[in-house]
Each structure stands twice: as C-alpha cells, then as structure tokens.
Design a protein around this ligand. Structure first.
Ligand SMILES: O=C[C@H](O)[C@H](O)[C@H](O)COP(=O)(O)O
Length: 259
C-alpha cells in the first residue's frame, strides 16, 4: 500500500515520542509527570503506558486539558489535576507537542486551545520536553510556511474587541476570533471558559530577546489570560523546553537541545 503524507507525519510523531520517552522518562518511578495536549501527545502517552509497570504505577500524571485527561484515563494512568499538585512540588518531567519551534527552542503552542494549562504545567516542570514532527521546525517564529495561524492568545470573553485592537497596534497583521467549528456555533471556548484570538505577526527576526519582548507586550494587555509563546530570554524562562524531538520525514529523529 502506498505511504501517504499523513502516514509519514504520523510515523514521525510516533518515533519522536518513543525516543523522547526513552530518553527523558525518569529511570526511577517519578511522583509527577506532566502530559500536554494535541495529536503528538497521543503517541507519548502510548509510549509511557508501555513502560515497565513499576515505573508508572505509583506516578500521578498531570493533564493539560480535557483531551489529555481522557487519554490518560483510557490508558489506565492515574490523573492529578494541576490545582492538586502540592505547593512547592515540582513535576519531574512534562512532555508536550508544539505548533512551531525556532532554533532557540522558543515555541508557539495552542493550536488545540490548551495553551494556558500547558504553560502552568510547563513552568512547574523540572524538565520540559517538546515532541513534534518535521513540519514544526522554523529558524524564527511566525514563519508562515510553518505555522500560518499566528500566536494563539487566550482572553477573557468580554475583552476580545479591546485585545484585538491592542494586538493590531503591537503589529499584528490579522487577528481572528477562533471559531468553534462545525459542531459549535460561535467562538471556540477553552477548557477555562475563555475565548481565543489567533494573531498573525510578521516573521520575527533573530535575536535573544525578540520573542520575550513580544511575549511580554502581549501579556501586558488587559484581558489577556495567557498566550502561546513559550520562550526564554535575558529576563527569564517562561516555558521554553530544554529539548525538542522532531520526527523527520526520512524516519530519523532530530534533537534540539538548549545551549
Ligand atoms: O493547544 C494545543 C497544543 O499546544 C498542542 O500541543 C499543539 O497544538 C501541537 O499539537 P499537535 O501535536 O496536534 O500538532
């Protein structure tokens, strides 16, 4: 049977997931592991569920939304909601997908509308590992051929016209209130009851603080709950992964590590 490009992408995701779990799931049973959202994370959870039972049976898995919670339950893994993580306890490792990853490991996330819970888990993880396929690799973020939808931004519903106007003054060329899709009239509503704006900006130039500057400017708009830039810069680290695994079209896995 001929291999379709969808088969190729699915195989790439699966191999990257398996490699990431083999290399970063702790060798002693961890107390807490974070599990992101999306189609790639499905392969991560399947790989974790196949590990030696003693490595997973006492672990609490922290989901980043409705989808990942259901996925964990389907695999018989114990779930702990992020608000029940005892204060000061770190998550040993969190795995997640991404929509676009640049050469510095800054990411755009939120294509599946789960960015807020993904970020609150990522910033409490001792190690954050991104798993993706070859289509997600960019030199700098907002490269239209990689991820044309722009930056997902979660907003309090009543603020969306105001935030839209402010994003335009920040340089957004297009801001879309994400629709709910065929089965939901009206906008997409996040797991937190908010709306999402997808803001397209021109491709970012290279530079240590370029992503950080834009991220902080967006976060400073009243009404913004969180945005899908996971980044690091001279003023700190807000969810940038330590490492990203990319399943490639030729059946290999490329790794990008924080310098
Ligand atoms: O909100 C969703 C997330 O940020 C996903 O991790 C991201 O959209 C990547 O999803 P996928 O693995 O389906 O490409």
């Amino acid at each position: 049977m001929a291999t379709t490009s969808e088969d190729l992408v699915a195989a790439a995701k699966q191999l990257a997931a398996l490699t990431a779990v083999q290399e970063h799931y702790p060798k002693l049973p961890p107390k807490y592991v974070g599990i992101g959202s999306g189609s790639t994370i499905v392969h991560v959870v399947a790989s974790i569920a196949n590990l030696e039972p003693s490595l997973i049976s006492s672990t609490k898995f922290i989901p980043t939304g409705f989808q990942s919670k259901q996925l964990l339950l389907q695999h018989g893994l114990e779930v702990l909601d992020i608000d029940l993580l005892p204060a000061g306890q770190a998550i040993s490792v969190a795995f997640d997908g991404a929509d676009e990853v640049d050469a510095q490991l800054n990411c755009i996330k939120g294509g599946g509308a789960c960015l807020f819970q993904e970020k609150i888990v990522a910033v409490q993880a001792e190690k954050f590992v991104v798993v993706a396929d070859f289509r997600k690799i960019s030199k700098t973020l907002l490269t239209p051929t990689t991820w044309a939808s722009g930056i997902p931004i979660e907003v309090v519903p009543s603020s969306y016209p105001y935030v839209t106007a402010k994003l335009t003054t920040l340089g957004a060329t297009k801001v879309v209130l994400r629709p709910g899709g065929k089965a939901k009239a009206g906008p997409c509503v996040t797991d937190n009851g908010n709306f999402l704006l997808d803001a397209v900006f021109p491709t970012l130039p290279e530079g240590e603080d370029v992503v950080q500057d834009l991220a902080e400017a967006i976060k400073g708009i009243v009404g913004v709950v969180e945005h899908g830039l996971f980044y690091g810069g001279s003023r700190g680290w807000k969810g940038r992964p330590e490492v990203a695994y990319f399943g490639m079209a030729d059946g290999t896995v490329n790794t990008l590590v924080k310098q």
